[in-house]
Design a protein around this ligand. Structure first.
Ligand code: ADP
Ligand code: ADP
Length: 218
C-alpha cells in the first residue's frame, strides 16, 4: 500500500507536484497516467525517498520509505533504465545491489530468469538494447521480492513483444497480492494493463478511478 497526503514538490517557481492525495492498493495494477512533465517521476522519486517533498507526505506500508530497515524488500523501483552502470555486466550490477542490501546471492539468478536475461547476464550492460536495459532495471526492482513495485515508464522504447511481456509481468505481480504502480503517458496501454487509474496533469490529480467506471462514464 502507498498513501500520499497533500504531497507537494516545488522546484524554484515550478510546482511539479501539487497537493496529491491518493492510495495505491495491493492486489491490482494501478496506472499512473499523465503527459510528460505532469509530475509522475517526481512523485515516484519522493515515494522511494530519492527526493524530499516541499510539503505533505508519502508512506509505503504505513511508514515513510526512509524508516524501513530493509527498503529493497519493501519497495522495488524502476526509475530510469539508462542509470545502470554501463561498464558492468547485468549480473555484476544485480550482485552489487544484492550485497549492498544483504539479499541472498541466489536471488540474482532467480530474477535474471524472471526477466529472461540469463543468456546475456555476463555481457556489459553498455551493450544491452533498450529492451534488455529495461528488463535489467525490472530485475533490480524485483530483487528484494518487494511487496510494493513502482515502475516509471517501463514500456518506453520496447518492441511489441516487450510491451506484452511487461503487461503479463505486471498482471502476475498484482495477482500475487503486490502493490503495483506503473506510470505511462499512453492511455491505450494503461487501458489494457491497469485495473485502476490515477490520472494527473500539471501535478494535480484529475481522476482516481477504476477502469470499468471510467469506461462507463464516457
Ligand atoms: P513526468 O514524470 O510526468 O514526465 P516529472 O516529474 O519528470 O514529470 O516533471 C514534473 C515537472 O517538474 C516538470 O515541469 C519538470 O521540468 C520539473 N522537474 C522535475 N525534476 C526537476 C528538477 N530536478 N529540477 C527542476 N525541475 C524539475
Ligand atoms: P550505488 O549504485 O550508488 O551503489 P545503489 O544502486 O545501491 O547505489 O542504490 C542507491 C539507493 O537507491 C539504495 O539505498 C537503494 O535503497 C535504492 N535503490 C537502488 N536500486 C533500487 C531498486 N531497484 N529498488 C529500490 N531501491 C533501490
Amino acid at each position: 500500500m502507498i498513501e500520499l497526503d497533500a504531497l507537494t514538490k516545488k522546484f524554484g517557481g515550478t510546482v511539479a507536484v501539487d497537493g496529491l492525495s491518493f492510495t495505491v492498493k495491493p492486489g491490482q495494477v494501478t496506472g499512473f497516467l499523465g503527459p510528460n512533465g505532469a509530475g509522475k517521476s517526481t512523485t515516484m522519486r519522493i515515494i522511494v525517498g530519492l527526493d524530499r517533498p516541499t510539503s505533505g507526505s508519502a508512506t509505503v506500508n504505513g511508514r515513510p520509505f526512509a524508516s524501513h530497515r530493509a527498503p529493497l524488500r519493501e519497495v522495488g523501483v524502476l526509475l530510469d533504465a539508462s542509470a545502470v552502470h554501463k561498464g558492468r555486466s547485468g549480473y555484476a550490477h544485480l550482485l552489487a545491489l544484492a550485497r549492498t542490501h544483504g539479499l541472498p546471492v541466489s536471488r540474482v539468478e532467480e530474477v535474471l530468469a524472471m526477466v529472461g536475461l540469463q543468456d546475456v547476464a555476463r555481457r556489459r550492460a553498455g551493450r544491452y538494447s533498450l529492451g534488455m536495459a529495461q528488463r535489467l532495471g525490472i530485475a533490480a526492482a524485483l530483487l528484494g521480492d518487494p511487496s510494493v513495485v513502482l515502475l516509471d515508464e517501463p514500456i518506453n522504447g520496447l518492441d511489441p513483444d516487450g510491451v506484452l511481456w511487461v503487461r503479463t509481468l505486471l498482471r502476475g505481480l498484482a495477482s500475487e497480492g503486490r502493490t503495483v504502480l506503473v506510470s505511462s503517458h499512453l492511455m491505450s496501454e494503461m487501458a489494457v494493463t491497469a485495473d485502476h487509474l490515477l490520472i494527473i496533469g500539471r501535478g494535480r490529480l484529475l481522476a482516481d478511478t477504476g477502469l470499468d467506471e471510467l469506461i462507463a462514464r464516457v
